[in-house]
Ligand binder design. Structure first.
Ligand code: ATP
Length: 747
C-alpha cells in the first residue's frame, strides 16, 4: 500500500496536525473526528517523509488493542516490517517493562533483570502477610489497595508508612514489581540513562495520570518532540487517577501548540444530537453526515425478555443485508453478557464476547500461574505459599507450614538443590515431604528445563504431576485438567510465536498475563469475524458499529451508583463513549423489573436528559425531567443502598466491574441521616449551624478538596455521598447540592 494514499485521505485540519512542525503539539479533538487516523498518519509521515526510524519513536497507547492496531496498519504499508523496530510501541506499562528489562540498570534498585510483574491484588496479599507477621496496626484494611495507591502519608494514626517501607523491601527481595513500580522505577532510572527518542507520540492522552506524565517527562531530552491526541469528553478512567486537566498540564509544561479537530465523521446527525446532551457544559459537536433514524428507547420487562427481543431484532437487521459484525451490544457490567450468550446461542446468532474471565478468575489457572511463577523465581515466597497451601490443589498443607517450609529453603539458599534435599529437613512437617514433592519439582524446574528445546505440553504436565495435584477425586478434576492443558498449549504457542527460548518465553508469558491478563486465554475479540460483538461500555472505546444497542439504562447500572460527583460525571462520559460508537442506528433500553436489587426499575436519569423530540419510543409515556420525580427515584435508590449496607458484613467488598465499593463502619449511620435529610429539600439549601455533620471522616481526616460554584465562588467540600455534596463557602456558609444537577467544578 502506498503511504501517500494514507496522507491524501486527510482533511485540511487533519493535515495541519500531521504536518505540524512545533516541538510539542496537542490535538484536542472531538469524538470520531479522526484522532486515531491522525495519529497513525503522523507516524507514517515521520517515517516515510521525515525519514525518522521507528525505533526513534516511543508510541504510547492506553490499551494493548490500540498498540496492535497501529502496528497492523504499519505492517500493511510494509509487509516485511521487523517487529523489533516497533519495540517502543505499546502501552505505558509494556514500554516501561521493555526499558527496565533491556536498557536500564534495575540492579541499582536491588532488582534482577528477570523480575516479574504482579497485579495490585498480589501486592495487597503481600502487605497483609507483612501486617500479620510484623503485627502492624493498619486501619481500614478492606481499603488497603486504595490506601497504598493514594496515601503518601497516612491519613489515620497507624503504621501505613512503615508498611509501605517493608512492602518495598519485600517486593525487591521477591524480585517483583507492580504496575506502578514499573513506571516509578523507569522514571527514576531514566534520569541517569541516555535514552534519547526523537519523538514521543501519545494516544488517548486525556486518560493519562500524573505518573504517566512523569514517565513522558523522563523520556524527554532537549531534542525530543511530542505529539499527543485526546478528547477531554472521553475521560473514563479517572478512578485510576486521570481526573486532572492533562491538556492544561502538558500545555503549561512544554508550551505546546494546541490544535483541534471538530468534525465527527462517524455518526449521523440524529445520533450526534443525542450525544451532545451528554457533553459537559453543552460543548460543540458537529458532523458531516445527514440526519438518520431517530434513536429508539425501549422498555423491557427484564433482561431475559430483552435478550429475546434482541435476538429477533438482530435477525431482522441481518435479513436486511447488514453483517453481524456491524452490530454491537454494550452493557455496564461484565456479568450482564451471560443471559445474552445463552439466548443468542439457542437462537443461532453468532457472537463474540469481549473481556471474558481472566486467568485470576479461574481458580485452577490462578493456582497454575502461581506455580509457574514460583518455579521461575524461588524468591517469590508469596506464590510459593499460595501453591502449597491451596485448599483444593497441590499439597494442601497449612499456610503456616508452607511459610515455615519456604523459610527453611531460603535459609539454605546458599546450598545447591541437591544438598538441600539430602540434609536433615527438620523444618518440614513430614520428613519425607520432599520425596517427589511439588516443592522439589518447582525448585528444580529451571535447572531441568534450562537446556531443553521448547517442551511438549505433556512433558510439563507430567513433570509437575498435575494429575496427582489436581486431585482426581475432585468433582472439577476433568474440567481443571482441560483448563491446565489449554493454558500450557497457549504458553507453548506464545513462546513459538515470539521465537524465544523456553524459560525466557515463559517469563515473558507470565509478565504479559499480568499486564494484559484477559488476552492470554481468550484471544482478543476478532473484529473481522462476522459476529455480533458483546462488550462493556469501557471496552467499546475506540470502536465503531453501524448498529449499537446499549442495554440496562436504569439508575444503578447506567449510571452505576456513584460515590462522588466526579464518578457521576464519569458515568455520563461513559454513556457518551457508548453512544458515539454508533454510526447509523442506536437503541437504548431499560428494565421495568430488573433482576438485581441494586438496579432501580424504570428509565435512568440519563435517558431523561435526552429531549423527547430526539427519541422514538413506541411504548413509553415520557415525562420531561421533573425534580419531584427525581427526588422520589433518588430516595428509592438511597433506600436500596441502605438495605444493601445493612445486610452486608462491614468487611465485605462488593466488586462492581473494575470499581470497588467499600463499606465503611460508619456509613450505615451516615446513610440514615442522609435519607432523613432527603425528605426535607432536594435543591440547594442552607445547612443550619445546628447541623452536626455526622461526617464519614472527621474534618481532620478529610482530604481538602476545593470546588467552585458560579454564584458562591470557591469552597471546601465538607461531606459527600453518592448523590449529595456539601460545600463550605466562605461568604455563604454551608450549602448542599444534588450532584446530578450541581454545577460545581473541581478546583
Ligand atoms: N478525513 C476523513 N474522511 C472521511 N472519514 C474519515 C476521515 N478521518 C476519519 N474518518 C473516519 O471517521 C471515523 C472516526 O475516525 P477515528 O476512529 O480516527 O476517530 P477518533 O477521533 O479516533 O474516534 P474516537 O473519538 O471514537 O476515538 C472512522 O470511520 C474514520 O475512518
Amino acid at each position: 500500500m502506498d503511504y501517500k494514499k494514507e496522507l491524501d485521505k486527510l482533511t485540511d485540519n487533519q493535515r495541519e496536525a500531521v504536518f505540524d512542525e512545533s516541538n510539542v503539539c496537542l490535538v484536542n479533538a472531538n469524538v470520531g473526528s479522526g484522532k486515531t487516523t491522525v495519529l497513525i498518519s503522523k507516524i507514517i509521515y515521520l517515517h516515510y517523509v521525515k525519514q525518522i526510524d521507528y525505533c526513534d519513536m516511543v508510541v504510547l497507547t492506553f490499551t494493548n488493542k490500540a498498540a496492535n492496531e497501529i502496528k497492523e496498519r504499519l505492517t500493511m504499508l510494509e509487509e516485511n516490517l521487523n517487529m523489533e523496530d516497533l519495540r517502543f510501541f505499546g502501552t505505558f506499562h509494556s514500554v516501561a517493562l521493555y526499558l527496565l528489562r533491556e536498557l536500564l540498570m534495575v540492579d541499582q534498585l536491588g532488582y534482577q533483570k528477570d523480575f516479574f510483574v504482579i497485579e495490585p491484588d498480589e501486592e495487597v496479599d503481600i502487605a497483609l502477610r507483612i501486617i500479620q507477621e510484623e503485627k502492624l496496626k493498619i486501619k481500614y484494611k478492606n481499603r488497603l489497595k486504595k490506601r497504598l495507591e493514594q496515601e503518601r502519608v497516612s491519613r489515620y494514626q497507624d503504621d501505613l508508612i512503615e508498611l509501605r517501607e517493608r512492602l518495598q523491601k519485600e517486593k525487591v527481595s521477591q524480585n517483583k514489581m507492580t504496575f506502578s513500580d514499573l513506571l516509578l522505577n523507569t522514571v527514576h532510572l531514566l534520569k541517569e540513562a541516555s535514552i534519547t527518542p526523537k519523538w514521543v507520540i501519545i494516544d488517548e492522552v486525556q486518560d493519562s495520570d500524573k505518573m504517566q506524565l512523569e514517565f513522558i517527562d523522563a523520556l524527554m531530552n532537549k531534542n525530543t518532540r511530542i505529539f499527543a491526541v485526546g478528547d477531554p469528553n472521553q475521560v473514563i478512567y479517572s478512578w485510576r487517577g486521570s481526573a486532572f486537566n492533562v491538556f492544561y498540564t502538558l500545555k503549561d509544561r512544554y508550551q505546546a501548540r494546541e490544535l483541534s479537530l471538530s468534525v465527527n465523521f462517524r455518526s449521523n446527525i440524529s445520533i450526534l444530537e443525542v450525544a451532545k446532551c451528554f457533553l459537559q457544559n453543552g460543548g460543540r459537536l458537529t458532523g458531516n453526515r445527514e440526519r438518520g433514524n431517530k434513536i429508539i428507547v425501549k422498555r423491557q420487562y427484564d433482561s431475559f425478555q430483552e435478550a429475546c427481543y434482541l435476538a429477533d431484532r438482530i435477525k431482522e437487521i441481518h435479513d436486511t443485508g447488514i453483517p453481524y459484525k456491524e452490530i454491537a451490544i454494550f452493557y455496564r457490567l461484565q456479568n450482564q453478557s451471560t443471559i445474552l450468550e445463552n439466548v443468542f446461542s439457542k437462537n443461532g446468532i453468532p457472537f463474540d464476547v469481549s473481556l471474558k474471565k481472566t486467568i485470576q478468575d479461574i481458580p485452577v489457572l490462578n493456582w497454575t500461574m502461581k506455580l509457574l511463577r514460583f518455579a521461575m523465581n524461588e524468591k517469590d515466597i508469596s506464590s510459593g505459599i499460595y501453591v502449597l497451601s491451596h485448599k483444593d490443589y497441590g499439597e494442601r498443607i497449612t499456610e503456616k507450614a508452607a511459610a515455615k517450609l519456604l523459610k527453611g529453603c531460603s535459609d539454605m539458599s546458599h546450598l545447591n538443590h541437591g544438598d538441600m534435599f539430602s540434609i536433615d529437613l527438620n523444618f518440614a512437617e513430614k520428613e519425607d515431604f520432599f520425596e517427589e514433592s511439588l516443592l522439589q519439582r518447582m525448585l528444580s524446574f529451571r535447572k531441568r528445563f534450562s537446556k531443553v528445546e521448547i517442551p511438549e505440553v505433556d512433558e510439563i504436565y507430567q513433570y509437575f504431576s498435575f494429575d496427582t495435584h489436581l486431585h482426581p477425586t475432585a468433582a472439577s478434576y476433568q474440567e481443571d485438567k482441560e483448563l491446565v492443558k489449554e493454558l500450557l498449549r497457549t504458553l507453548i504457542t506464545y513462546i513459538n510465536e515470539h521465537k524465544m527460548s523456553f524459560l525466557e518465553g515463559l517469563q515473558d508469558f507470565i509478565n504479559s498475563s499480568s499486564l494484559y491478563g484477559v488476552n492470554i486465554l481468550n484471544k482478543d475479540i476478532n473484529n473481522e469475524a462476522d459476529t455480533v460483538k458483546l462488550m462493556t461500555l469501557h471496552a467499546s472505546k475506540g470502536l465503531e458499529f453501524s448498529y449499537v444497542f446499549i442495554i440496562g439504562v436504569n439508575n444503578g447500572l447506567i449510571p452505576l451508583q456513584a460515590k462522588s460527583f466526579e464518578e457521576e460525571d464519569e458515568e455520563r462520559r461513559l454513556l457518551f463513549v457508548g453512544i458515539t460508537r454508533a454510526k447509523d442506528n442506536l437503541e437504548l433500553s431499560y428494565y421495568t423489573n430488573p433482576d438485581t436489587y441494586r438496579t432501580m426499575a424504570g428509565e435512568s436519569r440519563f435517558i431523561r436528559m435526552i429531549p423527547k423530540h430526539l427519541i422514538e419510543s413506541d411504548d413509553i409515556e415520557r415525562e420531561s425531567v421533573n425534580l419531584q420525580e427525581l427526588k422520589r427515584q433518588i430516595l428509592a435508590e438511597k433506600n436500596v443502598k441502605m438495605d444493601m449496607i445493612k445486610n452486608s458484613d462491614n468487611s465485605t467488598k462488593t466488586l462492581l466491574e473494575d470499581n470497588e465499593v467499600d463499606v465503611e463502619d460508619n456509613q450505615v449511620e451516615d446513610s440514615e441521616v442522609q435519607v432523613e435529610k432527603m425528605n426535607e429539600e432536594v435543591e440547594v439549601r442552607e445547612i443550619h449551624s445546628t447541623h452536626n455533620g455526622n461526617e464519614l471522616l472527621t474534618p481532620n481526616e478529610l482530604p481538602v478538596r476545593k470546588v467552585s460554584h458560579a454564584k458562591y465562588g470557591i469552597g471546601t467540600v465538607t461531606r459527600e455521598d453518592d448523590l449529595m455534596i456539601t460545600v463550605l463557602f466562605k461568604a455563604y456558609g454551608k450549602k448542599e447540592f444534588m450532584k446530578a444537577f450541581s454545577e460545581l467544578k473541581e478546583e
